[in-house]
Ligand binder design. Structure first.
Ligand code: GLA
Length: 739
């Protein structure tokens, strides 16, 4: 008989009941339980077995990673499907458990084989507690071992959470207002978030978090789930009166997408679980995980100038050359030519698919601009939208059967465009070839890879079958192939702004575009919540012109700059025109760019912290270096408040027992706004990390939409450290409990 398994990593324990005869059940997922001997592990499992319930089943109802209706579970089954109408209720036997050995016990994934002999399907489950991050990762492969078609409708995996998780938080949004949080009580029933846009979506859940009542960034035990998939997907939080609560995730299969021929398999996307005390701890695990990717960008994140809001579709070689000059002048290191460069692309309803340079606008190709950009010492980036096709493009006219549809009617247009059926090998090869040629010819360093519409009626035109699943895999193949052929190439995931942000696409891209909204007030919240999953160096954040194009608000440069400098900094502003109209502003921008570069290594490697100030007008967020020696915080006035100044503000995440110097930073030569300063401000102040986290410091009274920066550096080696603190908690007691 198999034994129970206890996996431990980074302050997390995962105890699995793998004793059979059914598929494994997670007996415990949460804070580290410490070293347990095998009998203790068995006892954890035993203590977690539910009693039978009066008027329900006469037997125990085990709820596994794949919940099964056959045992009496009356919630959502993990697997749904049938074989010609029969076999509607699967019940798997546990066939084999492959536990990674010895010291490696936490490194590899447990592989569990289940079999439903009557239904003739095999299920391989993979369950890992990832070293270095403490994230749980689940996935499964279902194989049809029978001789007829098996119709798979749903395969979702679940993680149990305790009754203490009484409140839910997830995200939603729309174009230019991505990642708006919503929270409510975790009531009985199912909170279901389905993504049916054929892409992750500007309204994507990102994380579905369940936590103790009132959980915030710094406090409250919480559990979160994320489905690493860029197509249709599901996140669910389900609570039953039997005392079972689950977080689940998986792909949302359209009708017919899961039909498995004999011998065929379906593999789920990875479903991640993160546990911690406070959202900062939850997100720190994702950040550590992403930073440990072999492909994580290791070079300094170059400051970008992007042409979109500067010129839109008005491409003119001289103008863009002057813009490149201005980019170099302010200290940018990468110049990205956005939409508008390819054949016929004078507005957004034309040209997609015809990926060659427009000879009317660029008689000598892009070479004069690219050579100029490189001559200035800048990298060159190019915008593409490879999955899309404009109806009037030469490509669409030549290959009408390459446009995704139900087979008998075309989907409604969106932004004037349709979707190219990349699961069609000829279409795939064509696009792969065009991308390859462009990257090669112009030695493109960076692609801004866009995807500007939902996949409505996203089917294969030739068969009339649903095609979102195949499309998602084809896009992944396209990205992987291009990166293999061009190892130095970086790719940004953009989709109507922040519509494709997930761990599936992040396995093969180097940054996400958070939003088309550059208004710093909106951006504060978009970046704050995007940061729940993605670390700052992977979040594109641009300084726009004074009047935000998408909201019409006018904000001063310090607020725009302080907001953007906490991400992968860029500029999206007609600097050429600004040099004429307001050269002082361009000079100021240069100084903000220099300030970002001074702190860039810290900003792009540190632990992200956010304080839970009760006044929604006052936001404090920062980045603390992994060794705890340095931090940079922003104090942001999001609105007016009755309470002003806000009082002492806590600076979370520092080592409690170390001594720090706190100083306001502002770029030299940039006029500071007139504000009344606290007494310590001019000279700085020294305090311990514990004092800064628990008592805090006074800050200036700020007007709405103003912000200031505090730089914190360690001044002594500090007292002997008895614990290794990960920087995700500033409660010294908790730090001691969880070394
Ligand atoms: C999308 C992107 C923008 C820009 C335009 C170009 O909306 O999010 O940043 O690239 O497309 O058409």
């Amino acid at each position: 008989m198999n034994d129970a398994v206890h996996l431990r990593s980074d302050g997390v324990s995962l105890v699995l009941d793998t004793t059979g005869p059914r598929l494994p059940r997670i007996a415990y997922w949460g804070a580290d339980l410490g070293e347990l001997d095998p009998s203790d592990v068995r006892a954890v499992v035993e203590a977690g077995r539910p009693p039978t319930v009066l008027n329900l089943m006469d037997e125990e109802v085990p709820v596994g990673v794949l919940p099964e209706a056959a045992v009496g579970w009356v919630g959502t089954p993990g697997l749904s499907g049938h074989r010609g109408g029969r076999g509607f209720s699967p019940l798997f036997d546990l066939v084999a458990v492959d536990v990674p050995d010895g010291d490696d016990a936490t490194a590899g994934a447990l592989r569990i084989l289940g079999r439903d002999s009557a239904l003739e399907v095999d299920l391989e489950l993979r369950i890992a507690l990832l070293p270095g991050s403490g994230l749980v990762r689940l996935s499964a492969t279902l194989t049809n071992t029978g001789t007829s078609e098996y119709v798979l409708e749903r395969l979702q995996l679940s993680l149990p959470i305790p009754a203490e998780a009484a409140e839910l938080l997830d995200l939603t949004g729309r174009w230019t207002r991505e990642r708006a949080p919503q929270r409510h009580a975790f009531t009985l029933g199912t909170h279901l978030r389905e993504g049916r846009r054929g892409r992750t979506g500007t309204d994507a859940t990102l994380l579905l978090v369940a936590g103790e009542s009132g959980f915030g960034f710094r406090s409250g035990e919480a559990w979160a789930v994320h489905t690493a998939w860029s197509g249709n997907h599901v996140h669910a939080a389900e609570r039953l009166p039997t005392g079972v609560s689950l977080l689940s995730g998986g792909e949302l299969l359209l009708p017919g997408e899961g039909v498995l021929a004999p011998g065929e398999s379906y593999t789920t996307p990875d479903v991640y679980g993160s546990h911690g005390h406070g959202l900062d701890a939850i997100s720190a695990r994702f950040h550590r995980h992403l930073r440990a990717r072999p492909g994580h960008p290791r070079t300094r994140r170059p400051v970008v100038v992007n042409t979109w809001e500067a010129v839109y579709f008005q491409h003119d070689v001289d103008k863009l050359t002057r813009l490149a000059d201005a980019a170099a002048r302010v200290g940018a290191e990468r110049f990205v030519l956005d939409d508008g460069w390819f054949r016929g692309r004078r507005h957004d309803a034309v040209g997609l698919g015809d990926w060659d340079v427009d000879p009317d606008v660029w008689p000598d190709g892009l070479h004069p601009l690219v050579d100029h950009v490189r001559g200035l010492g800048l990298e060159f980036g190019l915008w593409v939208e490879p999955e899309m096709i404009s109806p009037g493009s030469a490509l669409a006219l030549a290959h009408p059967d390459w446009v995704m549809s139900t087979g008998d009617r075309l989907p409604p247009l969106s932004r004037g465009q349709q979707v190219l059926d990349l699961a069609n090998p000829a279409a795939f090869e064509h696009i792969a070839g065009r991308l390859d040629a462009l990257v090669t010819e112009y030695r493109v360093d960076y692609l801004k890879w866009d995807h500007n519409r939902d996949l409505v009626d996203g089917g294969h035109p030739t068969t009339g079958r649903a095609g979102v699943h195949d499309q998602t895999l084809a896009v992944y193949r396209l990205l992987d192939g291009l990166r293999r052929r061009h190892p130095g190439l970086e790719i940004e995931s953009c989709s109507s702004g922040g519509g494709r942000v997930d761990l599936g696409v992040l396995e093969r891209t180097d940054r996400v575009w958070a939003s088309d909204c550059l208004d710093p007030l909106e951006r504060q919240q978009i970046q704050r919540w995007t940061g729940l999953l993605v670390p700052p160096e992977l979040v594109g954040a641009h300084v726009g012109g004074a009047r935000a194009h998408t909201t019409g608000r006018v904000q001063d440069l310090p607020f725009r700059a302080i907001t953007a400098l906490f991400g992968h900094l860029g500029i999206e502003w007609d600097l050429d025109a600004a040099l004429d109209a307001d050269p002082a502003a361009v000079e100021e921008l240069t100084r903000w760019v220099a300030l970002h570069k001074r702190h860039r290594d810290l900003l792009h490697s540190g632990v992200v912290v956010r304080s839970d100030h009760p006044d929604p007008a006052t936001w404090v967020h920062g980045v603390v270096s992994p060794d705890g020696a340095e931090a940079l915080y922003a104090v942001v006035a999001m609105a007016t408040s009755i309470v002003s100044p806000p009082g002492r503000l806590r600076l979370p995440g520092l080592r409690p027992d170390r001594r720090y110097r706190v100083e306001a930073v502002w770029p030299d030569g940039v006029p500071e706004p007139r504000r009344i300063l606290p007494s310590w401000w001019a000279a700085g102040i020294e305090l311990t990390g514990a004092v800064l986290a628990t008592a805090g410091v006074q800050v200036p009274q700020q007007k709405p939409e103003q912000a200031c920066l505090l730089h914190v550096t360690e001044v002594t080696a500090g007292t002997a450290r008895t614990t290794e603190i990960t920087g995700v908690t500033d409660d010294p007691r908790r730090a001691r409990e969880h070394p």
